[in-house]
Design a protein around this ligand. Structure first.
Ligand code: CP
Ligand code: NVA
Length: 324
Protein backbone atom coordinates (compact mmCIF):
# COMPACT_ATOMS: atom_id res chain seq x y z
CA UNK A 1 0.00 0.00 0.00
CA UNK A 2 1.29 3.44 -0.91
CA UNK A 3 1.69 5.59 2.19
CA UNK A 4 0.43 9.16 2.29
CA UNK A 5 3.15 11.69 1.52
CA UNK A 6 2.57 13.64 4.69
CA UNK A 7 2.88 10.68 7.04
CA UNK A 8 6.50 10.02 7.88
CA UNK A 9 6.77 6.51 9.27
CA UNK A 10 8.95 6.15 12.34
CA UNK A 11 11.80 3.66 12.48
CA UNK A 12 11.11 3.23 16.17
CA UNK A 13 10.10 -0.26 17.37
CA UNK A 14 6.45 -1.23 17.88
CA UNK A 15 5.14 0.12 21.17
CA UNK A 16 7.56 3.04 21.22
CA UNK A 17 5.99 6.48 21.61
CA UNK A 18 5.16 8.40 18.40
CA UNK A 19 7.92 10.63 17.05
CA UNK A 20 8.20 13.84 19.01
CA UNK A 21 10.61 16.68 18.49
CA UNK A 22 12.16 19.20 20.86
CA UNK A 23 12.29 22.37 18.78
CA UNK A 24 11.47 24.88 21.47
CA UNK A 25 10.94 24.87 25.22
CA UNK A 26 7.16 25.08 24.77
CA UNK A 27 7.15 21.63 23.11
CA UNK A 28 6.91 19.91 26.51
CA UNK A 29 4.37 20.30 29.30
CA UNK A 30 5.10 21.34 32.88
CA UNK A 31 4.50 17.79 33.97
CA UNK A 32 6.96 16.44 31.38
CA UNK A 33 9.59 18.87 32.69
CA UNK A 34 9.10 17.58 36.20
CA UNK A 35 9.73 14.05 34.95
CA UNK A 36 12.73 15.08 32.83
CA UNK A 37 14.42 17.06 35.61
CA UNK A 38 14.03 14.19 38.07
CA UNK A 39 15.27 11.69 35.50
CA UNK A 40 18.30 13.88 34.72
CA UNK A 41 19.16 13.97 38.44
CA UNK A 42 19.07 10.17 38.56
CA UNK A 43 21.18 9.87 35.40
CA UNK A 44 23.72 12.36 36.77
CA UNK A 45 23.98 10.45 40.04
CA UNK A 46 24.72 7.22 38.18
CA UNK A 47 27.36 8.99 36.08
CA UNK A 48 29.03 10.36 39.21
CA UNK A 49 29.17 6.90 40.82
CA UNK A 50 30.48 5.19 37.65
CA UNK A 51 27.28 3.19 37.29
CA UNK A 52 26.54 2.12 33.73
CA UNK A 53 23.34 3.53 32.18
CA UNK A 54 23.08 2.10 28.68
CA UNK A 55 19.47 2.91 27.81
CA UNK A 56 20.28 3.82 24.18
CA UNK A 57 22.56 0.94 23.23
CA UNK A 58 22.96 0.61 19.43
CA UNK A 59 21.16 3.92 18.82
CA UNK A 60 22.85 6.63 16.75
CA UNK A 61 22.64 10.37 17.20
CA UNK A 62 23.34 12.60 14.19
CA UNK A 63 24.67 16.03 15.20
CA UNK A 64 24.46 18.74 12.55
CA UNK A 65 26.31 21.98 13.18
CA UNK A 66 25.81 24.99 10.94
CA UNK A 67 27.34 27.22 13.66
CA UNK A 68 30.33 26.75 15.95
CA UNK A 69 30.08 24.92 19.28
CA UNK A 70 32.11 23.56 22.17
CA UNK A 71 29.60 22.64 24.90
CA UNK A 72 26.78 21.41 22.68
CA UNK A 73 29.14 19.20 20.69
CA UNK A 74 30.91 17.69 23.69
CA UNK A 75 27.82 17.29 25.86
CA UNK A 76 25.75 15.54 23.18
CA UNK A 77 28.62 13.39 21.97
CA UNK A 78 29.88 12.30 25.39
CA UNK A 79 26.30 11.89 26.61
CA UNK A 80 25.31 9.61 23.74
CA UNK A 81 28.38 7.39 24.30
CA UNK A 82 27.55 7.20 28.00
CA UNK A 83 24.05 5.97 27.06
CA UNK A 84 25.64 3.16 25.05
CA UNK A 85 25.00 4.76 21.65
CA UNK A 86 27.15 6.39 19.03
CA UNK A 87 27.25 9.65 17.10
CA UNK A 88 27.73 11.03 13.61
CA UNK A 89 29.02 14.59 13.41
CA UNK A 90 28.20 16.77 10.39
CA UNK A 91 28.90 20.40 9.63
CA UNK A 92 27.80 22.64 6.78
CA UNK A 93 31.33 22.66 5.41
CA UNK A 94 31.90 18.91 5.35
CA UNK A 95 28.47 17.76 4.17
CA UNK A 96 26.20 18.40 1.19
CA UNK A 97 24.27 20.89 3.33
CA UNK A 98 26.97 23.37 2.38
CA UNK A 99 26.43 22.61 -1.31
CA UNK A 100 22.73 23.46 -1.31
CA UNK A 101 21.21 20.02 -0.85
CA UNK A 102 17.66 20.87 0.29
CA UNK A 103 17.17 20.54 4.04
CA UNK A 104 14.10 18.36 3.35
CA UNK A 105 16.19 15.85 1.36
CA UNK A 106 18.89 15.88 4.01
CA UNK A 107 16.28 15.15 6.70
CA UNK A 108 14.84 12.22 4.76
CA UNK A 109 18.26 10.66 4.28
CA UNK A 110 19.80 11.30 7.70
CA UNK A 111 16.68 10.14 9.55
CA UNK A 112 16.70 6.79 7.73
CA UNK A 113 20.14 5.94 9.06
CA UNK A 114 20.12 7.40 12.55
CA UNK A 115 17.72 7.28 15.49
CA UNK A 116 17.75 10.88 16.70
CA UNK A 117 19.07 14.17 15.31
CA UNK A 118 20.41 17.30 16.99
CA UNK A 119 20.72 20.44 14.84
CA UNK A 120 22.35 23.81 15.46
CA UNK A 121 21.39 26.20 12.71
CA UNK A 122 20.24 29.73 11.87
CA UNK A 123 16.50 30.20 11.36
CA UNK A 124 14.01 28.21 13.43
CA UNK A 125 12.09 27.59 10.18
CA UNK A 126 15.05 25.59 8.87
CA UNK A 127 14.91 23.35 11.92
CA UNK A 128 11.15 22.99 11.51
CA UNK A 129 11.54 22.02 7.86
CA UNK A 130 14.04 19.35 8.85
CA UNK A 131 11.74 18.01 11.58
CA UNK A 132 8.75 17.91 9.23
CA UNK A 133 10.69 15.53 7.00
CA UNK A 134 12.36 13.44 9.69
CA UNK A 135 11.34 9.94 10.71
CA UNK A 136 13.10 10.36 14.03
CA UNK A 137 13.08 12.91 16.87
CA UNK A 138 14.85 16.21 16.19
CA UNK A 139 16.39 18.36 18.94
CA UNK A 140 17.13 22.09 18.73
CA UNK A 141 20.81 22.54 19.58
CA UNK A 142 20.40 26.36 19.12
CA UNK A 143 18.76 28.50 16.50
CA UNK A 144 18.60 32.26 16.10
CA UNK A 145 15.31 32.11 18.01
CA UNK A 146 15.71 29.49 20.76
CA UNK A 147 18.18 27.46 22.85
CA UNK A 148 15.96 25.06 24.83
CA UNK A 149 18.65 22.54 25.87
CA UNK A 150 20.57 25.35 27.56
CA UNK A 151 17.59 26.60 29.56
CA UNK A 152 16.77 23.03 30.56
CA UNK A 153 20.31 22.76 31.96
CA UNK A 154 20.06 26.17 33.64
CA UNK A 155 16.83 25.26 35.41
CA UNK A 156 18.29 21.92 36.48
CA UNK A 157 21.31 23.80 37.85
CA UNK A 158 19.15 26.29 39.73
CA UNK A 159 17.17 23.47 41.36
CA UNK A 160 20.38 21.62 42.28
CA UNK A 161 21.68 24.67 44.11
CA UNK A 162 18.55 26.28 45.51
CA UNK A 163 15.56 23.91 45.21
CA UNK A 164 12.34 24.53 43.22
CA UNK A 165 12.39 27.47 40.80
CA UNK A 166 8.59 28.06 40.86
CA UNK A 167 7.84 31.43 42.42
CA UNK A 168 11.45 32.64 42.15
CA UNK A 169 12.65 35.68 40.20
CA UNK A 170 15.05 35.46 37.29
CA UNK A 171 16.67 38.64 35.91
CA UNK A 172 17.81 38.61 32.29
CA UNK A 173 20.33 41.37 31.55
CA UNK A 174 21.36 41.91 27.92
CA UNK A 175 20.20 40.99 24.46
CA UNK A 176 16.60 39.94 23.72
CA UNK A 177 18.01 36.89 21.94
CA UNK A 178 17.50 33.13 21.62
CA UNK A 179 18.30 32.61 25.31
CA UNK A 180 15.91 35.36 26.46
CA UNK A 181 13.11 33.97 24.26
CA UNK A 182 13.59 30.54 25.78
CA UNK A 183 13.65 31.89 29.36
CA UNK A 184 10.28 33.48 28.62
CA UNK A 185 8.72 30.18 27.57
CA UNK A 186 10.25 28.47 30.60
CA UNK A 187 8.89 31.11 33.01
CA UNK A 188 5.44 30.48 31.69
CA UNK A 189 5.71 26.70 31.99
CA UNK A 190 7.57 26.43 35.28
CA UNK A 191 5.95 29.31 37.15
CA UNK A 192 8.79 31.71 37.90
CA UNK A 193 8.94 35.48 37.37
CA UNK A 194 11.13 36.76 34.56
CA UNK A 195 12.49 40.30 34.45
CA UNK A 196 14.08 41.41 31.22
CA UNK A 197 16.38 44.40 30.81
CA UNK A 198 17.71 45.07 27.31
CA UNK A 199 19.05 48.18 25.61
CA UNK A 200 16.51 50.02 23.51
CA UNK A 201 16.22 48.40 20.09
CA UNK A 202 17.24 44.94 21.39
CA UNK A 203 14.02 44.03 23.20
CA UNK A 204 12.66 40.55 23.37
CA UNK A 205 10.28 39.93 20.46
CA UNK A 206 7.04 38.48 21.82
CA UNK A 207 6.05 37.37 18.33
CA UNK A 208 8.90 34.86 18.46
CA UNK A 209 8.69 33.69 22.03
CA UNK A 210 4.96 33.56 22.65
CA UNK A 211 3.37 30.42 21.24
CA UNK A 212 0.14 30.50 19.18
CA UNK A 213 -1.80 29.28 22.23
CA UNK A 214 -0.49 32.26 24.20
CA UNK A 215 2.19 30.57 26.29
CA UNK A 216 4.60 33.22 27.48
CA UNK A 217 2.19 36.15 27.41
CA UNK A 218 2.50 38.23 30.53
CA UNK A 219 5.11 36.01 32.09
CA UNK A 220 7.76 38.74 32.19
CA UNK A 221 8.32 42.40 33.02
CA UNK A 222 10.67 44.76 31.24
CA UNK A 223 13.09 47.18 32.92
CA UNK A 224 15.04 49.94 31.22
CA UNK A 225 17.62 49.96 34.03
CA UNK A 226 19.36 46.60 34.58
CA UNK A 227 19.90 47.49 38.26
CA UNK A 228 16.12 47.56 38.74
CA UNK A 229 15.76 44.17 37.08
CA UNK A 230 18.35 42.69 39.44
CA UNK A 231 16.87 44.06 42.69
CA UNK A 232 15.97 41.09 44.89
CA UNK A 233 16.39 38.59 42.02
CA UNK A 234 17.16 34.96 42.88
CA UNK A 235 19.08 34.44 39.67
CA UNK A 236 20.89 36.95 37.46
CA UNK A 237 21.77 35.74 33.99
CA UNK A 238 23.17 37.15 30.78
CA UNK A 239 24.71 36.18 27.44
CA UNK A 240 27.02 37.60 24.78
CA UNK A 241 26.11 40.98 23.29
CA UNK A 242 26.48 39.59 19.78
CA UNK A 243 25.11 36.15 19.03
CA UNK A 244 26.38 33.90 16.26
CA UNK A 245 25.12 35.07 12.90
CA UNK A 246 24.99 38.74 13.96
CA UNK A 247 28.75 39.46 13.86
CA UNK A 248 28.29 42.35 11.40
CA UNK A 249 26.55 44.28 14.22
CA UNK A 250 29.41 43.78 16.67
CA UNK A 251 30.66 47.37 16.85
CA UNK A 252 27.21 48.96 17.09
CA UNK A 253 26.24 46.49 19.79
CA UNK A 254 29.37 47.19 21.83
CA UNK A 255 28.20 50.80 22.24
CA UNK A 256 24.53 50.00 22.76
CA UNK A 257 25.18 47.34 25.42
CA UNK A 258 27.87 49.15 27.45
CA UNK A 259 25.59 49.59 30.50
CA UNK A 260 24.39 45.96 30.34
CA UNK A 261 27.46 44.38 31.90
CA UNK A 262 26.58 42.26 34.94
CA UNK A 263 28.82 43.70 37.61
CA UNK A 264 29.30 43.45 41.36
CA UNK A 265 26.83 46.30 41.95
CA UNK A 266 24.07 44.40 40.17
CA UNK A 267 24.83 41.23 42.14
CA UNK A 268 24.85 43.29 45.36
CA UNK A 269 21.23 44.42 44.87
CA UNK A 270 20.06 40.90 43.99
CA UNK A 271 18.93 38.50 46.76
CA UNK A 272 21.79 37.67 49.17
CA UNK A 273 21.90 34.07 47.93
CA UNK A 274 21.39 34.95 44.25
CA UNK A 275 23.13 32.82 41.65
CA UNK A 276 24.82 34.05 38.47
CA UNK A 277 24.52 32.08 35.21
CA UNK A 278 25.88 32.47 31.69
CA UNK A 279 25.44 29.86 28.96
CA UNK A 280 29.04 30.49 27.78
CA UNK A 281 31.18 31.28 25.90
CA UNK A 282 31.63 34.52 27.89
CA UNK A 283 33.47 37.77 27.26
CA UNK A 284 34.81 39.06 30.56
CA UNK A 285 34.63 42.85 30.65
CA UNK A 286 31.74 42.95 28.17
CA UNK A 287 28.49 41.32 29.27
CA UNK A 288 29.93 40.25 32.64
CA UNK A 289 32.67 41.42 34.97
CA UNK A 290 35.39 38.86 35.64
CA UNK A 291 34.75 39.23 39.40
CA UNK A 292 31.15 38.08 38.89
CA UNK A 293 31.64 35.15 36.51
CA UNK A 294 34.65 33.92 38.49
CA UNK A 295 33.08 34.83 41.85
CA UNK A 296 31.31 32.75 44.51
CA UNK A 297 27.77 33.30 43.18
CA UNK A 298 28.62 32.00 39.72
CA UNK A 299 27.55 28.45 38.81
CA UNK A 300 28.60 28.56 35.16
CA UNK A 301 30.71 25.40 35.24
CA UNK A 302 27.88 23.37 36.77
CA UNK A 303 25.61 24.86 34.13
CA UNK A 304 27.93 23.68 31.36
CA UNK A 305 28.31 20.17 32.80
CA UNK A 306 24.58 19.85 33.34
CA UNK A 307 23.98 20.23 29.61
CA UNK A 308 25.19 16.67 29.30
CA UNK A 309 23.01 15.22 32.06
CA UNK A 310 19.76 16.88 30.98
CA UNK A 311 20.35 16.04 27.32
CA UNK A 312 20.87 12.38 28.21
CA UNK A 313 17.45 12.44 29.91
CA UNK A 314 16.00 14.30 26.91
CA UNK A 315 17.31 11.86 24.27
CA UNK A 316 16.15 8.90 26.34
CA UNK A 317 12.70 10.46 26.76
CA UNK A 318 12.29 11.23 23.06
CA UNK A 319 13.28 7.69 22.08
CA UNK A 320 11.88 5.55 24.86
CA UNK A 321 9.26 7.66 26.60
CA UNK A 322 8.73 7.58 30.35
CA UNK A 323 10.72 4.86 31.98
CA UNK A 324 9.47 4.93 35.55
N1 CP B 1 26.23 27.25 25.60
C1 CP B 1 26.48 26.67 24.43
O1 CP B 1 25.57 26.25 23.71
O2 CP B 1 27.80 26.57 24.12
P1 CP B 1 28.44 26.14 22.73
O3 CP B 1 28.16 27.25 21.75
O4 CP B 1 29.89 25.99 23.02
O5 CP B 1 27.82 24.86 22.28
N1 NVA C 1 23.14 33.70 22.16
C1 NVA C 1 24.35 32.99 21.86
C2 NVA C 1 24.41 31.70 22.63
C3 NVA C 1 25.67 30.90 22.40
C4 NVA C 1 25.63 29.58 23.10
C5 NVA C 1 24.43 32.74 20.36
O1 NVA C 1 23.40 32.42 19.76
O2 NVA C 1 25.52 32.88 19.79
Amino acid sequence: MKSSTNVIPSTLPKGAPPVRHYLQFADFSTEEYHYLLARAAMIKKKFKTFEKHHSLEDRTLAMIFEKASTRTRVSFEAGMYQLGGSVVHLTTGDSQLGRSEPIEDSAKVISRMTDIVMIRTFEQTKLERFAANSRVPVINGLTNEFHPCQILADIFTYIEHRGPIAGKTVAWVGDGNNMANTWLQAASLLGFHLRVSTPSGYELDEKIAVTPDGMGTGSYKTYSDPMDACKGADLVTTDVWTSMGFEAENEVRRTAFAAWCVNREMMAVAAPDALFMHCLPAHRGEEVEAEVIDGPQSVVWDEAENRMHVQKALMEYLLLGRLE
